[in-house]
Design a protein around this ligand. Sequence first.
Ligand code: PGA
Length: 240
Amino acid sequence: MEIYIEDNYDALSKRAVDIIASFLKEKPTAVLGLPTGSTPQKTYEMLAKKCSRGEISFKKVKTFNLDEYSGLSPADRQSYHFFMNKNLFSKTDIDIKNTFFPIDFKPDFKKYDKKIKELGGIDLQLLGIGRDGHIGFNEPGSKFSSKSREISLAKPTIEDNARFFKSIKDVPIKAVTMGIDTIMGAKKIILIASGEKKNQAIFNALEGKASTKVPASIIQRHKNVIVILDKEAARKLNKK
Ligand code: PGA
C-alpha cells in the first residue's frame, strides 16, 4: 500500500488528479469506479479542467458509480446521478451512455456486477471513506463477500448526509451500493480522505485489524492500493 500525506485538501486532490490523469493517458479506454460526496469534488473539478484543456479525454472511458439513494429520480438534485452530471460528466467529453449506476439495474443488482465484468472489470476505483469506515454504502457489518445490493443506511451516514438535505427526515434510509467484493475486484484502488472527522476511520482502516466492523479495512488485502490523505485525516496513523 502506498500512502501519501499531503498538506491540505487541495494538495490531496491534486495528487489524486495527477495519478488518474496519467492512468487515463496510458489507458484511454479505462473503466473507472467513481464515488460521490464532498471529498472527490475538487478531484472532479480539476479532472474536468484538464479535459477542457485537452490534456485528458473521457471519450472512451466507462464509469461505474459506487452507489445511489433508493427512491430518488436521476433528476433529483440530491441524487448521485445529478451530482455526477453536475460535477464531472457534463464538464467532460464522456459519452453519458458509458456511465452506469447500480440503481439502474433494479431489481436485479447482480446485473450491475455482471455488467462490470462484461466491460472488462474496473481498472481504477476511486473511493472515499465514511466516518463509520464505510466504502460505497457498505456499512459496518457488510460481508467482505458482498455483491451489489440494496442496503439500509447506518445512523452516522444519515446524520452526515443530512447536510445536503433540507432536513434529516428527507435523507433516504435505503440505497443501492456496489458490494465490497465488487470493489475489491478493481485492479487498482485509490482511497482519498480529508479532515479530522475521518482520522479515526483512517486509523481503523489502515492500522486496525481487517474486520467487517470497518468495511474499508478490507483494502489492506488488496495488492494495488494508493491512499491519499491530508494531515488531519492522517493524524492518528503511527506509520507515516
Ligand atoms: P464525504 O463522504 O466525501 O462526503 O465525506 C465519503 C463517504 O461517505 O464515502
